[in-house]
Design a protein around this ligand. Structure first.
Ligand SMILES: C[S@@+](CC[C@H](N)C(=O)[O-])C[C@H]1O[C@@H](n2cnc3c(N)ncnc32)[C@H](O)[C@@H]1O
Length: 264
């Protein structure tokens, strides 16, 4: 495993980004989208690049048996800290594994899972193929593979909203940018990742946008207060609906692709 580039970012990501309106909307929308496809608890879930557990701990709270795999000791440390704040029976449903996604199958000793998640990870890798291989391999026959990734088709949205017009013009056909956490990131398209899944025995079922309006408001400088629960709940309901349908979902900077494994 390489140096832990997440060591300096773990707090900012886990406590900062996720505590914002955008972070809370993302957690809500992704969770609701996932529940449309997951078998009922206590099905098993492998969260590859699971970070501090924001996506999989809500599943453990709902009764799922969660394995969180991540290469970063700092992120795993953050995840352990956050898990300690949850009830003991939820803690018992979560297992941590320190490994790269590229070695997931070996790290989980060949176990097969009812669902394999990989959210916000592929964009930090040189190539998505090796990790997508492992996601598909670790899914049981009939199991779900869930990927969240940056949307290359909406690359101009962020620079345009930040009024960086030259960058926006240059970004229409670009896939790389410095992401919101300050790391180089790469975006993908739904078609590209769907093809990768198909080539590995996983049929794409559905794709969603993850957020739209709260992202636009944030980048254009609006002050969104995460303590205003009423506004937050109302915004999350709108985002959930926008993420399901065209043309809105196509403009979301992040997409959520869900597939089902057909064979072993
Ligand atoms: C932006 S965070 C996303 C965390 C979590 N999936 C979420 O959605 O909250 C990216 C995570 O990818 C992990 N990561 C980086 N390289 C990885 C790799 N090769 N395999 C698996 N995870 C990786 C990082 O350690 C970090 O926890």
């Amino acid at each position: 495993m390489a140096d832990d580039i997440w060591a300096d970012l773990a707090d900012r990501f886990a406590d900062g980004a996720y505590a914002s309106v955008k972070g809370r909307v993302r957690t809500y929308v992704m969770h609701r989208q996932l529940l449309e496809h997951l078998p009922p608890p206590p099905a098993s879930v492998l969260d590859v690049g699971g970070g501090a557990g924001h996506q999989s701990f809500p599943l453990a709270q709902a009764g799922y048996d969660v394995t969180l795999l991540d290469p970063s000791p700092a992120m795993l440390g953050k995840a352990r800290q956050r898990l300690q704040r949850l009830p003991a029976e939820v803690q018992r449903r979560v297992t941590f594994v320190q490994a790269d996604g590229e070695n997931a199958d070996e790290a989980v000793h060949g176990r097969r899972f009812d669902a394999v998640l990989c959210h916000g990870v592929l964009g930090y890798l040189e190539r998505p193929g090796p990790v997508v291989d492992q996601l598909c391999q670790c899914a049981a026959a009939g199991g779900i593979v869930s990927i969240m990734a940056g949307n290359a088709d909406a690359a101009a949205v962020r620079p345009a909203l930040e009024r960086r017009w030259d960058d926006a013009l240059a970004s229409f056909d670009a896939k790389r940018e410095i992401g919101v956490l300050g790391l180089p990131t790469q975006a993908h398209t739904v078609d590209e990742l769907s093809d990768l899944l198909r080539g590995r025995g996983v049929d794409p079922l559905r794709w969603y946008g993850v957020w739209l309006f709260v992202d636009w408001l944030d980048f254009s400088g609006a002050d969104l207060d995460p303590r205003d629960e009423k506004q937050l709940t109302a915004a999350a309901a709108v985002e959930l609906e926008a993420g399901r349908r065209d043309p809105y979902r196509r403009l979301s900077r992040v997409f959520h692709l869900v597939g089902r494994k057909t064979a072993n």
